[in-house]
Design a protein around this ligand. Structure first.
Ligand SMILES: Cc1ncc(COP(=O)(O)O)c(C=O)c1O
Length: 419
């Protein structure tokens, strides 16, 4: 049921380039993914043939641009199985802005001193700082669900922390550091039973596995186009219609109003109430072919491909002496962000040596400093995979670790023994 990776690689022009004279091995997909030709062409087509502002002009270009923008909205909504795609999908700049929107527009209205916001110890700063800010503004209290040693959420702690004071549970579906896939459907049930709402950070899950908002029964879902073959500058906030309708706007300005006087205004209907000003028209439109591309592959096949590749990578890394892999080791329980350290070599040094070999990985705290502290490290290296990666690229990573060992003498026995 999987697809032919060699065939689809031809759709990604950037994969043909060399870096430092070596073929590019792009393993930084959790940060952002590469774009297929269809997405790049759609952007160019828009600017060459359709460029106009939307929702206001009555001329042909404006009507065509508006139709294409709204068609993207419907496609995104259908992709995650929203019940009312035309109203429940809000375009933002990224996952970060989507979460800030909820923290502000929902949080300010619904949180008061004594209320609790529950998240987990593996959240990205994007799903942490907005809640810290809103807790400061409202007097609400922050609580986080702890992890067990294998990098899963502790179920007993979730049961203990989600209770009658909980007003919102904001949780990532897939960790960008540990790869862990969290049981968001079960957490949503727990939260709803306690009378709380649920926000799922889908930045790492929506690109990599089938995600169905009605099946999960989440109230909000946030994700970014750029992590799923689409352009940068486009985020999505899904919200249940009933909730969005009673929320106040996040940003005020043009296009989000019905009637304005000097003293007050009434707001536009959904989703425009939350899309103030000229949006990122071209990139929203070019997001549609990215979704077409993923749908043509099939999200089950995307998941299957990455699961196999992730297992191959974890097994290969663990065979290299001196490597520590963090998070679950069984790829059926996790996604394809594989975080590791190599002896006492600083991940930044490692990343630089790997780059000289053409291998692009991420090094640092991955916007998850509290989690780094839990792991007892200041930084890690991370290889992360997507639809176009192959096992020979994992082999290249392992070989490049050998190069790092030769330069730094880090783990003298570390060899590309993985194959
Ligand atoms: C789990 C998670 N949440 C949120 C984000 C933030 O995404 P963006 O930078 O597109 O807002 C990321 C980005 O890496 C992420 O991995």
């Amino acid at each position: 049921m999987t697809y032919d990776v060699d065939v689809i690689r031809r759709d990604f022009p950037i994969l043909e380039r060399n870096v430092h004279g070596k073929p590019l091995v792009y393993l930084d997909n959790a940060a952002t993914t590469q774009k297929p030709r269809s997405v790049i062409d759609r952007l160019v087509h828009y600017y060459e043939h359709e460029n106009a502002n939307i929702h206001r002009g009555l001329h042909t270009l404006a009507e065509e641009a508006t139709a294409a923008y709204e068609a993207s909205r419907l496609k995104v909504g259908e992709f995650i199985n929203a019940e009312h795609p035309g109203q429940e999908i809000i375009f933002t700049r990224n996952t970060t802005e989507s979460i800030n929107l909820v923290a502000n527009a929902w949080g300010r209205k619904n949180l008061k001193p004594g209320d609790e916001i529950v998240f987990s110890a593996m959240e990205h700063h994007s799903n942490l700082i907005p809640w810290q800010l809103i807790a400061l503004a409202t007097g609400a209290r922050l609580r986080f669900i702890e992890l067990d040693e294998s990098g899963h959420l502790r179920r007993d702690d979730a049961l203990a922390k989600i209770g009658e004071r909980t007003k919102i549970v904001a949780i990532t579906q897939m960790s960008n550091v540990l790869g862990t896939i969290n049981p968001v459907k079960e957490l949503a049930q727990l939260a709803h039973r306690a009378g709380a709402v649920v926000l799922v950070d889908g930045a790492q899950s929506v690109p990599h596995m089938p995600v169905d908002v009605r099946d999960i029964d989440c109230d909000f879902l946030a994700f970014s186009a750029h992590k799923m073959l689409g352009p940068t500058g486009v985020g999505v906030l899904y919200g249940k219609r009933d909730l969005l309708e009673v929320m106040d706007p996040f940003l005020g300005g043009g296009e989000m109003i019905k009637r304005v006087t000097f003293e007050s205004s009434t707001y536009a209907d959904l989703p425009h109430k939350f899309e103030a000003g000229t949006p990122n028209i071209a990139d929203v439109i070019a997001f549609a072919p990215a979704i077409d591309y993923l749908q043509a592959l099939g999200m089950d096949a995307v998941r299957e491909h990455e699961r196999d590749l992730t297992q191959y990578a974890i097994d290969a890394l663990e065979r290299v002496e001196g490597v520590t892999v963090y998070g679950p080791k069984d790829a059926t329980e996790r996604g394809g962000a594989v975080t590791f350290n190599y002896g006492d070599l600083h991940p930044h040094d490692l990343s630089q040596v790997l780059d000289a070999e053409g291998v692009a990985i991420r090094a640092g705290h991955h916007c998850a400093q509290p989690l780094m502290r839990e792991l007892g490290v200041v930084a890690t290296a991370r290889a992360s995979f997507y639809v176009y990666n192959r096992t020979d690229e994992v082999d290249a990573l392992i070989d490049a670790l050998g190069a790092a060992d030769r330069i730094f003498g880090n783990a003298s026995t570390a060899r590309a023994a993985a194959r």
